[in-house]
Design a protein around this ligand. Structure first.
Ligand code: GYE
Length: 332
């Protein structure tokens, strides 16, 4: 309950931010509409976003752009279209432009050390948002702001264990993984796998990446359905892949949420609607509303203040019943 009310507070705050801001400027545009502050002493934040692959990502981008406007921060925003090489290029551009702070959401976990060292040598502090890197050298970034993805997977798995505790035979699970090599895909898989190990009847019979997109979820689910005559459960690493899978399941003549139990992660509006409609069965929430905290952290690291090395987002879980209650107030 406590977590839930915290999540509501965050949502309420964002709503306020959204309502307050017709004047928000975003992207690379100079925020010239702002009164007063001469451009030169404005904090400049370079942000490299993963892409626009999901409803979660869109809400995350909105949160960051809105919060930058509210905080009087000049945002240089780059969309990497889910490609690591584009992110590395964007970070190098930010270094060249001598931005004050660099933040990014790393598409995959590995391969960042070189570019992060370049930022460090240029004395530009780096903040990780949403996704982690696997660099051993923790001095390469100031902090990591985002969710505990292992926990999200575990909560999804624990719910399933409880649902299927009376099962006497095998329960066949298919898993739609997020982007290969990404922190949320690695961690959600891990947390879910650990939780369902509590019941040997629960078996993952197929597991493949749908790249966090609806199209990917649909296509991979079609293959799963062709190859596996008995699928009892789908665990999708995000709502969008689950939503794509709904089409494949219906086309195969099965009833989503009944013939196949569907568990997802995120709790974006479309996912919550599917849950309230009885097509999904359970969602582990992952909050995309990182903008205000990110702006706060950017100001602190620019000022040379110490910040905690890890800041976790507060989240909850939803069933069909609680989704119905929460849906009218869901803003993203
Ligand atoms: O769950 C998914 C998105 O990194 C937490 O990326 C994020 C994930 C989110 O595409 O929908």
């Amino acid at each position: 309950m406590r977590t839930r009310s915290t999540a509501r507070t965050v949502i309420a705050v964002l709503t306020g931010v959204l309502l307050a801001g017709g004047m928000v400027a975003c992207g690379n545009s100079d925020t010239g509409g702002d009164s007063g502050s001469g451009g030169s002493d404005k904090l400049v934040l370079g942000f490299s976003q993963v892409g626009a692959e999901s409803g979660w990502r869109t809400a995350n981008t909105t949160s960051i752009k809105e919060a930058a406007g509210q905080a009087g921060i000049e945002l240089k925003f780059d969309d990497a279209q889910q490609k690591q090489e584009n992110q590395i290029k964007a970070i190098r551009n930010f270094i060249q432009q001598k931005v004050d702070v660099i933040a990014f959401s790393p598409v995959v976990e590995s391969g960042w050390d070189t570019v992060l060292k370049e930022a460090k040598d240029a004395k530009i502090p780096v903040i990780l948002t949403d996704r982690a890197v696997d660099s051993a050298d923790k001095s390469l970034y100031k902090t990591f702001l985002g969710s505990d993805f292992v926990k999200e997977g575990r909560l999804a798995g624990e719910w399933l264990v409880e649902q299927k505790k009376a099962a006497t035979g095998p329960v066949n699970i298919v898993e739609l993984q997020g982007t290969t090599g990404s922190a949320p895909a690695n961690d959600r898989k891990k947390g879910f796998g650990e939780a369902i190990a509590a019941n040997p009847n629960l078996k993952i019979v197929a597991s493949q990446s749908g790249d966090f997109t609806r199209a990917g979820g649909k296509q991979v689910m079609e293959q799963f359905l062709k190859a596996n005559p008995k699928i009892d459960v789908l665990f999708a690493h995000n709502d969008d892949m689950g939503l794509g899978a709904l089409e494949a399941i219906t086309a195969a003549g099965k009833v989503p949420g009944k013939d196949i139990t569907i568990i997802t992660v995120d709790a974006v509006k479309d996912g919550m609607q599917a849950l309230a409609d009885g097509k999904f069965n359970f969602i582990a929430e992952c909050s995309p509303l990182l903008g205000p905290q990110l702006m706060d952290l950017a100001k602190k690291v620019k000022a040379g203040e110490e910040v905690p090395p890890r800041i976790e987002t507060e989240e909850t879980t939803f069933t069909q019943e609680t989704a119905k209650e929460a849906l009218p107030n869901r803003k993203y």
